[in-house]
Design a protein around this ligand. Structure first.
Ligand SMILES: [Mg+2]
Length: 373
């Protein structure tokens, strides 16, 4: 079978969300639709691999599609698709120094591994070396809105079997406290509450005051990214002052970031993203490093659609240490997905498909309706 890459298609899409995204990052400018991209690698023998460019903040998904189409695709066409490390090394060379390169890399890596899985007739998790578990518990995320609406979301999530609830904070403290109280009451004591500040607080003192107030209001599993991403010293001081565990998100993209965070003793938990790490294997490397320094990880979400979520699902069943619910519930955010089959979300669990590769089939009709350019 000829597995030389003959053609690469990059399809920018605009996928309407069920609910506009509101958080401290975009208080006055909610995101109504995701501007993402689909990568199709097609070999000379007609075998295909699918990848997804997913990025919610900043909204540069279509710029990344442009780079994928004009820079990456011409350079990767004609290469052997089964030699993923060589293809990715070339991609790394082309995108060297570009800060958003990881998102493009992740999409191509996904497509290469999908293609390899289809070629060998095995699910992607088998290519990674097999499964630690068959399904993975999911958390549910609630955006900033009126406390009674947030409470209703929390109640629904608990009923649907989600294993934790994540809440955006970082507004006026009184508003945050009201939301935390409402959500904690609605979710019940069995559903752990995670708070994500997206770097909203600007000093250790301000963050410590907020965290103490939250801890006096409800039981908090952890506070995610309380300070801006580069303030590792602040995160370290906050860990010393606060009894609530601190999670790194924006501070952590690459394996190098994981090393810096560990060295600075700046986080208790890592939020690892396939899209931000630069692919499934790069994310797995962060998991492996973190295990060596006793820092547990979860898998975070750019609200990936069906292709990106399938990639997360295969990683999630494979990694040895995954002690908490993950946040890759992206497909549930959309009116319609781009795949007709893929990972399942059922009773608060994510389950990868047993089909070859990612196990997804593109829904061409749905994609046609979302094409952006
Ligand atoms: Mg976050």
């Amino acid at each position: 079978m000829n597995t030389t890459i003959e053609r690469i298609e990059v399809i920018p899409i605009r996928a309407p969300r069920k609910e506009a995204v509101r958080s401290g990052l975009n208080a006055g400018d909610p995101v109504q639709a995701s501007e993402f991209g689909i990568i199709r690698l097609i070999t000379r023998s007609g075998l295909e691999g699918l990848g997804e460019i997913s990025i919610t903040f900043p909204r540069i998904g279509h710029s990344l599609c442009h780079a994928a189409r004009t820079l990456a695709a011409p350079a990767l066409t004609g290469r052997e698709a089964l030699d993923a490390p060589r293809v990715l090394a070339e991609l790394d060379r082309i995108l060297a120094g570009e800060l958003s390169a990881a998102y493009i890399r992740a999409a191509f890596e996904m497509a290469l591994l999908d293609l390899a899985g289809r070629r060998y007739g095995v699910p992607l998790y088998q290519l990674l070396g097999g499964r630690m578990r068959t399904q993975v518990p999911l958390a549910w995320g609630i955006y900033q809105k009126a406390p009674e609406e947030m409470a209703a979301d929390a109640r629904r999530a608990a009923e649907q079997g989600f294993h934790a609830i994540k809440l955006k904070v970082g507004r006026k403290l009184e508003d945050d406290l009201e939301a935390v109280r409402a959500v904690a009451d609605a979710a019940g004591a069995d559903v752990p509450l995670r708070l994500d500040a997206n770097g909203a607080w600007h000093s250790v003192a301000q963050a410590a005051q907020a965290i103490e107030a939250f801890a006096n209001t409800a039981r908090i599993a952890w506070v995610e990214q309380p300070l801006p991403r580069r303030n590792l010293e602040g995160l370290r001081l906050l860990r010393q002052r606060s009894g609530v565990p601190i999670m790194a998100d924006e501070s952590l993209h690459s394996l190098r970031d994981a090393y810096e965070l560990a060295r600075a003793e700046a986080a208790d938990v890592f939020n690892v993203y396939v899209a931000e790490a630069g692919g499934i294997q790069a994310a797995a490397a962060i998991f492996a490093f973190a295990a060596s320094v006793d820092i547990p990880c979860i898998i975070g979400s750019q609200a990936e659609m069906g292709i990106g979520t399938a990639a997360c699902a295969h990683l999630a069943v494979h990694v040895p240490n995954l002690p908490y619910a993950i946040e890759t519930f992206g497909p549930l955010r959309y009116l319609r997905d781009i795949v007709s089959s893929g990972a399942q979300i059922a009773n608060g669990f994510l389950i990868p498909s047993e089909g070859p590769g990612l196990g997804v089939e593109l829904d061409l009709d749905a994609v046609g309706g979302m094409e952006a350019l």
